[in-house]
Design a protein around this ligand. Structure first.
Ligand SMILES: [Zn+2]
Length: 322
C-alpha cells in the first residue's frame, strides 16, 4: 500500500549488478522502476569517459586543489554521478582524506569514507556535512546539492581548505549559479568558491542498422540553426536495436572554468535570472553546438538533440509542488 525504495543484488551473465528499486502503488497494482547501478568493477576512470585530452588534464590538475568547488550539472540519467566517482577514483586516496556524503551510496570506493545519509535517524545532508567538517577532510564529495543549508555549508567548506565535488540538477553553468543564489548563497561567495562547472548529457546514439536518412524540415532547420536543408538521420526500428532505434549512448559535455569575465558578469547583474540567457563558453565549445554536431554527422537524431537541450533547471520547491 505504500511506495517503497530499496536496493538489491542481481546476477546476470556472471555479472553482479546492483539494482535500485522503487515501487509505487497505482490503481491496478504496484508499478516498479529499476535502475541498474554497475558493480564496482565497472566504475569508469576519467580516461574512459570521453573527455578531450586537454579538458581531462585540466580536471586532473584542479582535482589537486586544496579548496574550491567543482560542480557537475545535468538532468537525472546524464551520468553526473559516474563522472563524480571517476574524479574521486583518480585521486590519491592513500594520502588524502576523502569523505563522501550520499543518498544513498551508489558505488563503494576503496579507501574513501562513504557516508549514507539517513533522514530516518536525523542524519540528513546538513547534519552529515557538519559532522564531516569537524573531521577536517581534504576532499568532500556531496552527492547532490539539494537545499539551501547543504549549499551554504558546501560553499563555506570549499572556502576554508576543503575541495568540494558535487552535482546539481540544472541545465548548465549559468543555471547552476542562479540556483545557488536562489539558495541564498551570496554572489561573492559563489564566485569565490566555484572553480569548474561541467554540464553533461548522455545522448542516445542511432542504430546504424536501421537509421533512416531524412531531410530537415523548416522547424528543424530553425532549431538547428541551418541556412539550408540538410540530410540528417532519424530513428527507425529493427531487431539489432531491440526495436528502439538506438544503440548505446555518448557523453556530451560543456566545461566552464570560471574566469574573471564570468565573475564580473555574475556580480554585475542585479537580477541574477538574466544570466540564464548566457552560455559561458565560446560557441564551438557550447553544449548546444556539440549536440548539433552529433546530429549533423548522423550519430544521433534531431529528437535527441531537442530532448537534451530543452531541460530546465528544476528547483526543489517546484518538485514539491508536483
Ligand atoms: Zn536498429
Amino acid at each position: 500500500m505504500k511506495p517503497q525504495d530499496g536496493k538489491m543484488k542481481f546476477i546476470y551473465k556472471d555479472k553482479e549488478l546492483d539494482l535500485r528499486v522503487s515501487s509505487l502503488p497505482t490503481i491496478y497494482g504496484e508499478k516498479i522502476v529499476i535502475r541498474i547501478l554497475y558493480a564496482n568493477s565497472n566504475l569508469y576512470s576519467l580516461d574512459e569517459l570521453g573527455f578531450l585530452k586537454q579538458d581531462k588534464e585540466l580536471i586532473k590538475k584542479l582535482l589537486k586543489s586544496q579548496n574550491g568547488m567543482i560542480l557537475l550539472t545535468g538532468p537525472t540519467g546524464s551520468g553526473k554521478t559516474t563522472t563524480l566517482y571517476a574524479m574521486v577514483m583518480s585521486m590519491d586516496r592513500e594520502r588524502k582524506n576523502i569523505v563522501t556524503v550520499e543518498n544513498p551510496v551508489e558505488y563503494e570506493i576503496e579507501k574513501a569514507n562513504q557516508v549514507n545519509i539517513n533522514p530516518n535517524v536525523g542524519l540528513d545532508f546538513t547534519r552529515s556535512l557538519s559532522s564531516i567538517l569537524r573531521q577536517d577532510p581534504d576532499v568532500i564529495m556531496v552527492g547532490e546539492i539539494i537545499d539551501e543549508k547543504a549549499a551554504q555549508i558546501a560553499i563555506t567548506a570549499s572556502l576554508t581548505g576543503h575541495l568540494i565535488l558535487s552535482t546539481m540538477h540544472c541545465n548548465d553553468a549559468p543555471s547552476s549559479i542562479i540556483r545557488l543564489v536562489d539558495m541564498k548563497v551570496p554572489k561573492y561567495l559563489v564566485i569565490d568558491s566555484l572553480v569548474l562547472i561541467i554540464s553533461q548529457r548522455l545522448v542516445k546514439t542511432l542504430c546504424n542498422n536501421c537509421k533512416k536518412i531524412h531531410t530537415t524540415t523548416k522547424e528543424e532547420m530553425i532549431d538547428l540553426n541551418l541556412d539550408e536543408p540538410k540530410n540528417i538521420f532519424k530513428a527507425d526500428r529493427c531487431k539489432y536495436c531491440n526495436y528502439t532505434g538506438y544503440v548505446g549512448r555518448k557523453m556530451v559535455y560543456e566545461m566552464v572554468l570560471l574566469e574573471d569575465k564570468h565573475k564580473q558578469l555574475i556580480m554585475n547583474y542585479e537580477d541574477i535570472n538574466k544570466l540564464r540567457k548566457y552560455t559561458f563558453n565560446n560557441k564551438e565549445n557550447s553544449l548546444s553546438q556539440k549536440l548539433k554536431n552529433l546530429v549533423l554527422i548522423g550519430l544521433t537524431s534531431y529528437d535527441e538533440y531537442i530532448a537534451n537541450l530543452q531541460l530546465n533547471c528544476i528547483s526543489k520547491d517546484e518538485i514539491n509542488e508536483v
